[in-house]
Design a protein around this ligand. Sequence first.
Ligand SMILES: [Zn+2]
Length: 390
Amino acid sequence: MRSWSISAGRIFGVDLRIHWTFLLLPLFVWYTEFASHGSANEGRDLALVGIIFASVLAHEFGHALVARRSGIRAKSIILLPIGGITQLDDSQPSPGMPAAEPLAVGAVSNRKAAKLAPWQRDIRIAMAGPLINLLIALLSAGIILAVAPHVDLRTWPFMQSRNLPRSLVWANLYLAGFNLLPAYPMDGGRVLRALFSRRMDAIQATRRAVSIGQAFATLFMLVGMLSNIWLTLVGLFLFIASQMEERSVAFQSVLERVHLEDIMLTDFATLSPADTLEDALEKAVHSLQDDFPVIRGSDMVGVISKQKILEALRVEGNGYVQAVMNRIFEVAQKGESLASAFRKLTARNLSIIPVVEDQRLVGIVTLQNLMHSMALLAESRKLRKQALNS
Ligand SMILES: [Zn+2]
């Protein structure tokens, strides 16, 4: 997904990316104008593309802002011509995250949001995008009618570069309409998934919503070929989007299915709190590990990284591991899923998680080894698929 989009900077701390299909839009607008009038005005065509872009952006920020009010941060927004995909950072699943805005109002609404069930929260986030577009459509229609009553808002084609005010109203109506279709990953489909998730697990619910989404996409493409090229294009975007979702669901389900005992490092070096930093560095040199559990007797008392040892040596000279180690760490049970370990690592910005069984340290999982394992898992899945296809 990332590889098919280009970075367009950051807004409100959210990565903004533009999917390559958005770059086709100017060409497409120019082509349809040219086909219907035999001429095209590039300036107006670009303005129409700009209107669509701004409307999609407003839609996505609707999602991102409501998500943030429920304590979920948006990681990135990828813009497609029929809407966008807001990737939420669900590494902090509880709504306990401090509100980004230090206003009392924000804090109150956060507490209110905490009472919502996850499926209710998901429906709220999903509805925010289309509602913003409906709002923009209503407001702009009202302003246009008040300021320039001669602009006819109801003549077909609703969206064309010759009438930009009308296009603004209709671009937003179309965006709201398409996104409300119960075709995952459109917002209507997200609502559907949230409703499914009341009776089945999240992955199953997403799978079911995705297959309904793909049925819609296919229908659009077929009907579009017989009637309207725009519809074919929408079907195509929908298909691309639902495939991306399917892949991420598949990946997520691997993460949920693999347990830490399958990938943890069982052959690892440990340090003692009484080790000097120079001894620790000496040990670190002979190990591939970047992070070490610190053990006293049979108790885990902290964690320390190679980086930290080096920094401490450089700044304060030789000392004891005890003084420098990180005493705050999370442990995981060996039966926990990869996804859960990954959430723990990213939520607290840790680079190592000791894996325990009956209070006993049986392995470690480091960010480094988790990344490797995930890449290996993805690779082995691909190989298995190839074996099945051949
Ligand atoms: Zn949306």
